[in-house]
Design a protein. Structure first.
Length: 374
C-alpha cells in the first residue's frame, strides 16, 4: 500500500468548493475546503494527478506541519521539531518564502530567516554535518502564518498551475487561466456546448471551455518541479499522464466563437488555441460587440469585458455594459456569464442577474453575473 500524506491545493478566493469537488472526483481523501485553499490526503499518484488535472487550483503543496506560534522562539521550535530529512536530503535546495496575515509575527523576512535556520539545524543534526550543500533538487518551502497558526509546506508544482503552457503570448491584462476555467464551470460548459466570447482578447475563456468540454487535462503538456524529485518514481508521472490522455474526448460537438475588435489580440488567440490543441474547435473573427447577433439556436456567452482598472476608463466600460444589456436579451436556449468588478453592473446592464458568484481576478474583487432564466 502506497504512503499517503496531507496536501494543500491553494486557489483563488471563491472557488474553494470547485477545487474540493474536483479533488474528490480525482480520488483524494479527507477533502476539507478552507479560505483560499483545500486540504486533502493522497499518495504520489494523487499528487501527480492533482497537478496534471486540476483546472481550478493554483498550486499543490505537501503540508509538512501546522502549529501555533506567537513568538520567534515558538516558530523556530515548531519548525526544528520536523523530521526534515524525510523530505529534504543533503544537497537539496530548500529556499523559504511565505506570507503573514493577522498574526503576532508579521515580518515575512524575519520568518523566512528563522524557518530556514531551524530547518538547516534539523538537517545538520540528521546528516551529522555543519555544511549543507544546496545544489541539487529544488524543494521550495512555503509558509503561511494566519491568525498565529503556522502552516509549513513544500511546493510540488513550480510555476503556478494557471500557467498551462499555451499562453506564451497574451494581450494586455488577460484573465488568469484558472479563472477562465471557473467561468466555464459556472456556465455549465459540456461536450455539446456552443460558447461565444464577444470580447475574447487572447482567447483564454474559450480555450479553457474547449479543454473542459473535451476533457483535456490542463497540465498534460507541462512539467512540474516534483517530477525532478527522486522519491517520486517516474512511473507515477507516466501512469497519470496516460490516465489523463485516456479521458480525452475528441468525438464531442463542442464549438466556440471568439470576437474582438483588435486584430493583434485575435492573432494571439489563434496562436494560443493552436498551442492548446483546440484550434479546430474555435473560430476567431474581428467583430464589434455592437454587431452581436444570434447565429445559432442556442449558446452560452461567457465574457470578461474590459473595465476601469484594466483597459478602459470607467465611463467607457459602463458604455459596454449598456450595449451588452441591449444585445444579451432573454432568449430560449441562451445564457450569459459576465465577470465584472463594478458593483453597479446590474443597474447599468439593465436587469438583475439570476445568480451571482463572488470571485477574485488576481487581487481584484469581482462578481460573475449569470443570466439564464427565460
Amino acid at each position: 500500500m502506497s504512503k499517503k500524506f496531507t496536501m494543500v491545493a491553494t486557489c483563488l478566493f471563491g472557488v474553494e468548493g470547485l477545487v474540493a469537488n474536483e479533488l474528490r472526483f480525482m480520488g483524494a481523501e479527507e477533502v476539507e475546503p478552507e479560505n483560499g485553499r483545500v486540504i486533502f490526503k493522497g499518495d504520489y499518484n494523487i499528487l501527480a494527478r492533482a497537478n496534471i488535472c486540476s483546472r481550478y487550483a493554483e498550486r499543490i503543496l505537501i503540508l509538512v506541519t501546522s502549529f501555533y506560534a506567537r513568538t520567534f522562539e515558538e516558530l523556530f521550535s515548531g519548525v526544528e521539531k520536523v523530521d526534515w530529512n524525510a523530505y529534504i536530503k543533503n544537497g537539496h535546495k530548500f529556499p523559504v518564502k511565505g506570507n503573514c496575515l493577522s498574526s503576532k509575527l508579521m515580518s515575512v523576512p524575519d520568518c523566512q530567516k528563522i524557518i530556514k535556520k531551524a530547518c538547516a539545524k534539523s538537517l545538520s543534526k540528521a546528516y551529522n554535518t555543519d555544511w549543507l550543500n544546496e545544489d541539487g533538487e529544488l524543494h521550495q518551502i512555503q509558509f503561511l502564518l494566519l491568525k498565529d497558526k503556522v502552516s509549513i509546506m513544500i511546493d510540488t508544482t513550480g510555476a503556478g498551475l494557471y500557467k498551462r503552457g499555451y499562453r506564451a503570448n497574451s494581450n494586455e491584462a488577460p484573465i488568469r487561466e484558472t479563472l477562465g476555467a471557473v467561468l466555464a464551470e459556472l456556465s455549465k460548459v459540456r461536450a455539446n456546448h456552443i460558447v461565444i466570447d464577444p470580447m475574447c482578447g487572447s482567447g483564454t475563456i474559450l480555450i479553457e471551455s474547449a479543454l473542459k468540454a473535451m476533457k483535456i487535462a490542463p497540465g498534460l503538456n507541462r512539467s512540474f518541479v516534483s517530477e525532478t524529485w527522486t522519491e517520486i518514481p517516474n512511473e507515477v508521472w507516466n501512469e497519470e499522464r496516460e490516465r489523463a490522455k485516456s479521458e480525452i474526448r475528441t468525438d464531442c460537438n463542442f464549438t466556440a466563437f471568439g470576437y474582438d475588435i483588435d486584430e493583434k489580440s485575435l492573432n494571439i488567440a489563434r496562436e494560443n488555441a493552436d498551442k492548446a490543441g483546440v484550434s479546430d474547435r474555435i473560430t476567431f473573427v474581428n467583430r464589434d460587440i455592437r454587431d452581436f447577433t444570434f447565429e445559432t439556436d442556442r449558446g452560452s456567452v461567457i465574457t470578461n469585458p474590459p473595465y476601469g482598472q484594466r483597459l478602459l476608463d470607467i465611463d467607457s466600460a459602463r458604455e459596454l455594459y449598456r450595449i451588452m444589456g441591449k444585445k444579451f436579451i432573454k432568449k430560449e436556449g441562451w445564457s450569459y456569464t459576465i465577470i465584472s468588478p463594478d458593483d453597479d453592473f446590474e443597474k447599468i446592464f439593465g436587469r438583475k442577474a439570476d445568480k451571482r458568484r463572488k470571485l477574485y481576478n488576481g487581487m481584484l474583487k469581482c462578481q460573475a453575473f449569470m443570466y439564464f432564466k427565460k
